[in-house]
Ligand binder design. Structure first.
Ligand code: UDP
Length: 339
């Protein structure tokens, strides 16, 4: 298939591009490079040996996107990853989050309809489950209850829009993938997460502490009702997440489906820090800090539906993720900017 990857230069996008190319597909990227760099695409090309036509533009620029799709026709499918993703920022700038995340999705669906593209895989998030009522989370678990931030709400709204579009168009094959916590990097050390400023997420933060760029990890709460008192999450290696997109694309049938992409294995904050200490061979100082507002004690996936229907399952462990993240971190201490 020829696949248009929106946000294809980002952390998940670049790994998904590699997985698609390695599975025999052709990839085109549209990315405004606001959270990443064209260097990521160059490295995808280096790893795969493929040429990846790339349009640096906002997906909401319908004329530019249409021209790009026509230039590379026929485009068979879209994997839609473009969007803003910082939870805290979305609370401070809700209108920008709705504008970018919902706006890109609507623009994309319009271009797909006009250009006869009938398959879409959308990057959603386990955030749509809000505070879990029961664990593990299945695709039938309730969504939309007490979503704490506009970021999660945009994912929920886009799922609804895509579901409605599929209900109205019998040709449309639409899939939402609810990601749990993506971590790790490409094992080559060439592609990884490149957060600007001080990272919000745990593994990038821990890695910055391991390399000495930050003094210590603040463990947000040690009095949760969990085995060691710290938060439990389902950390999925980004390469496993990427292969989930390939499986979803290849198996998509007319209609709308939702799949969890997670390991099903809860890992605590302290367990992740310990795994990173093993991978890096460094001591990682940490101190207990207050709970972070909006955090839930525990969230993890039941990945059985994706296993059953897509024939997909995770292969990599938290230790693999820490090792690969550390390789990326040590080879690229300044991210893509150092290239
Ligand atoms: N966490 C932490 N210190 C940090 C960042 C995160 O203790 O500096 C904890 C957080 O409370 C949660 C887990 O690590 O239990 C994962 O947080 P992250 O922000 O990576 O992902 P989230 O699940 O919140 O989207």
């Amino acid at each position: 298939m020829r696949v248009l990857l929106t946000g294809g230069a980002g952390y998940i996008g670049a790994h998904t591009a590699i997985a698609l190319i390695e599975a025999g597909h052709d990839v085109l990227i549209i990315d405004d490079m606001s959270g990443t760099s064209v260097e990521a695409v160059r490295r995808v090309e280096r790893i795969t040996g493929a040429t990846v036509p790339t349009l640096v533009a906002d997906v909401r620029d319908v004329d530019a996107l249409t021209a790009f799709v026509r230039e590379h026709a026929p485009v068979d499918a879209v994997v839609h990853l473009a969007g803003l993703k910082a939870v805290g920022e979305s609370v401070a700038e809700p209108v920008r989050y709705y504008d970018v995340n919902v706006g890109t999705s609507i623009a994309l669906l319009k271009v797909m309809a006009a250009e006869g593209i009938h398959t879409i895989v959308f990057s959603s998030s386990a955030t749509v489950y809000g505070t879990p009522e029961a664990l593990p989370l299945t695709e039938d678990s309730p969504t939309g209850i007490d979503l704490a931030n506009p970021y999660g709400k945009t994912k929920r709204i886009i799922e609804e829009i895509i579901s409605d579009a599929a209900a109205a168009d019998p040709q449309l094959r639409a899939v939402s993938l609810r990601y749990f916590n993506p971590v790790g990097a490409h094992p080559s050390g060439l592609i990884g997460e490149d957060p600007h400023g001080i990272p919000n997420n745990l593994m990038p933060f821990v890695s910055r502490v391991a390399i000495g760029a930050l003094p210590e990890v603040a463990v947000f709460g040690s009095d949760y009702d969990t085995p060691d008192g710290t938060g439990l999450r389902d950390y999925i290696h980004v390469s496993d997440l990427a292969s989930g997109h390939v499986a979803a694309l290849e198996q998509a049938s007319p209609g709308y489906e939702v799949y969890n992409l997670g390991t099903g294995e809860p890992v605590s904050v302290l367990e992740l820090i310990a795994a990173f200490e093993r991978a890096s061979g460094r001591d990682i100082p940490r101190r207990v800090a207050p709970r972070r507002p909006g955090d839930v004690a525990a969230t993890y996936a039941d990945p059985a539906k994706a296993q059953r229907e897509l024939g997909w399952s995770t292969r990599l462990t938290i230790d693999d993720a820490c090792r690969d993240y550390w390789t990326w971190q040590t080879q690229n201490p300044n991210g893509y900017a150092g290239a």
